[in-house]
Design a protein around this ligand. Structure first.
Ligand SMILES: [Zn+2]
Length: 217
């Protein structure tokens, strides 16, 4: 397959990341504490506009947290901090992969840290029955404020890594704001998938190509 120049370049980038990691501890996660500010943000976002989160996954998890049925996991690296809210102790998180993603994105332009709030809801994306239009409640999994690094929200456990990259791209100001929102979303999603495939290939071009061909896009 031709036309994988972009993937080749991204895969080369991943090799550089791996080399860097041998020489520093930048990508190490440390446990951090949940602050009152975190709790206020979790509460505020849980109760914000449900247009995209029609199933109110954020609110359900935050309510469970308040009732003692969900817990938080808080971790930090040199340039990122993640607060996870979950009611499922069986969930695992790809910390090593996430560290590489943040290393790739570097320091945000709008602050010191990429701050992520992950409401790790187990609710899966389910396509509607035939004839019912696909709405945001079936697909969406996150949102952020363009060009701001301090509140990246993800509200599904499923595909959290792809959603993380997608939202980081928005937060990193990569959108061309002269484009229509549909085009901006499509472009962001294409880049997120390419970056994810390059990372999962661990710098191997053939593997990246294989992954790209089987990725559902
Ligand atoms: Zn988007």
């Amino acid at each position: 397959m031709s036309g994988n120049l972009v993937l080749d370049v991204l895969t080369e980038n991943v090799k550089k990341l791996s080399n860097n990691n041998n020489n520093n501890n930048n990508n190490v996660w440390h446990d951090d504490v949940l602050t009152e500010e975190d709790k206020a943000i979790l509460e505020k976002e849980a109760n914000s506009d449900p247009t995209f989160d029609k199933l109110q996954l954020r609110k359900k998890l935050n309510d469970e947290f308040i009732n003692g049925q969900a817990v938080t996991i808080v971790k930090k690296t040199n340039n990122a901090r993640i607060v996870i809210l979950t009611s499922d102790t069986q969930q695992t998180y790809p910390w090593g992969l996430w560290a590489k993603i943040f290393e790739w994105f570097g320091t945000p332009t709008s602050g010191d840290l990429w701050q992520v709030y992950l409401y790790a809801s187990g609710s899966k994306r389910i396509l509607p029955s035939q004839g019912v239009p696909v709405g945001p409640e079936h697909l969406n999994g996150g949102y952020t404020y363009a060009c701001k690094s301090d509140c990246i929200v993800i509200y599904r456990y499923e595909e959290a890594t792809r959603v993380l990259i997608h939202e980081l791209l928005h937060a990193a100001c990569t959108d061309n704001h002269t484009n229509h929102v549909t085009l901006k979303e499509a472009a962001t999603e294409a880049w997120a998938e390419l970056i994810l495939v390059a990372l999962l290939s661990k710098g191997n071009k053939m593997k990246a190509c294989e992954l790209w061909n089987i990725q559902d896009h």
